[in-house]
Design a binder for this molecule. Structure first.
Ligand code: ATP
Ligand code: MG
Length: 139
């Protein structure tokens, strides 16, 4: 099924100048990039985006991390894009990530893990409209 998912290159990977390498991985894996923004999240934007994690002990630290520098936010499209992007990212903890995944290559620890991906169709719909409200995605 042709799907759309939201991807973020997080502030750690941006600061380490890995954005180009990660974009290459995305292109080589066959995703189509339908929208892209370079932005610095406000605290309110980070809190709203990660609202499902509000009660978690790492929430404050996560929001500080996500606002510490610019990020690249993207809509990726392709067959099974949600699951395929999660597989290319690897698991949340880079220490557990298989060889060749983005988080294995560029993640530092369970918080500073280089990239984000939507975890299901409902989340993807919410997250795409969170950063690209009313935007016509490029065909
Ligand atoms: P993401 O939603 O960013 O794609 P994920 O779905 O793999 O990552 P979630 O459980 O949704 O993981 O957690 C969201 C983010 O919160 C993680 O990517 C990571 O940056 C941070 N995080 C998750 N678990 C922890 C933890 N135990 N300690 C610190 N930070 C964490
Ligand atoms: Mg998640």
């Amino acid at each position: 099924m042709n799907e759309r998912t939201l991807a973020i290159i997080k502030p750690d990977a941006m600061a380490a100048r890995r954005a180009g390498a990660i974009l290459s991985m995305i292109e080589e894996a066959g995703f189509r990039i339908r929208a892209m923004r370079l932005m610095r999240l406000t605290r309110a934007q980070a809190e709203g985006f990660y609202a499902v994690h509000r009660e978690k002990p790492f929430f404050d630290s996560l929001c500080r991390f996500m606002t510490e520098g610019p990020v690249i936010v993207m809509v990726l499209e392709g067959e099974g894009a949600i699951q395929r992007w999660r597989e290319l990212m690897g698991p949340t903890d880079p220490a557990k990530a298989p060889e060749g995944t983005v988080r294995k290559l560029y993640g530092t620890n369970i918080e500073r893990n280089a990239v984000h991906g939507s975890d299901g169709p409902d989340t993807a719909r919410f997250e795409v409209s969170y950063f690209f409200p009313g935007v016509e995605l490029v065909e």
